[in-house]
Design a protein around this ligand. Structure first.
Ligand SMILES: [Zn+2]
Length: 236
């Protein structure tokens, strides 16, 4: 494990530092393989998204997003990537890491809980550091350590959205940025998607409120069909 990375990583269970043998100060022992660092100790169930893995990036996401937003998948990823690019960037719920094709970063970290997607991430984008973690809990990164965080097609899937936004705020450097694309309760299509996926989806103003409550200054919130693009900054 590189030094920079070791400075950044924190135990997802207690927040203590993780040493070069991937052991935290309280004794949690983690592992790594050729694809990713595994900070998830308990097994998880596969989701529908895992089954879509082979076609998600090329087919499912671009077509689904275009139909429900009238914007292209690449153009929206590019916009978020441009906004959050910086020296150290984290992408939450990264999947196969498509957004990193548009991101400018020196330390590029993709976090996800799916082994299958992280394998695909490393195979397609070897410059990205893959970290396996449960992002509905503590984000395994140091306080004020990242310049930018992206979360595209991720936040609406979590039940406690406020908790993860507070975590994003914690890991963001002063003046750092976060860019999100979320399924929002904007129209009939979003309500249908929300009910099919059994999600509690918020309206765009409710999402903006959640970002503000976490401490962020919201610079932009734009409705794109069933989706909303939110850009926010940590002011101090
Ligand atoms: Zn620990």
């Amino acid at each position: 494990m590189e030094n920079t990375l070791q400075e950044l990583l924190r135990c997802p269970y207690d927040g203590t530092k993780i040493n070069e043998k991937l052991r935290c100060e309280k004794g949690h022992e983690f592992s790594e393989n050729q694809y990713f660092i595994n900070l998830l100790l308990q097994p998880i169930k596969l989701t529908g998204l895992d089954i879509l893995n082979p076609i998600y990036e090329e087919l499912w996401a671009p077509i689904g997003f275009y139909i429900t937003s009238h914007n292209t998948y690449s153009s929206v990823l590019k916009e978020v990537a441009n906004y959050v690019s910086g020296e150290i960037v984290a992408d939450l719920g990264t999947g196969s890491g498509k957004i990193f094709d548009f991101m400018k970063c020196k330390v590029c970290i993709g976090l996800d809980r799916s082994e299958n997607y992280l394998k695909r991430l490393k195979t397609k984008r070897p410059h990205v550091i893959g970290i396996r973690a449960d992002l509905s809990e503590k984000i395994p990164l140091e306080d004020s350590s990242v310049d930018g965080t992206s979360m595209t097609f991720f936040l609406h899937m979590l039940s406690d959205k406020e908790k993860v936004l507070k975590e994003v705020y914690r890991i963001t450097k002063p003046k750092g940025r976060v860019g999100a694309v979320v399924l929002a309760n904007n129209n009939l299509i979003s309500r249908i998607l929300g009910s099919v996926w059994k999600l509690d989806i918020k309206t765009t103003p409710e999402y903006v409120e959640l970002f503000k409550r976490a401490g962020f200054y919201v610079e932009d919130a734009r409705v794109m069909g069933a989706w909303s693009l939110i850009k926010a900054r940590k002011m101090e």
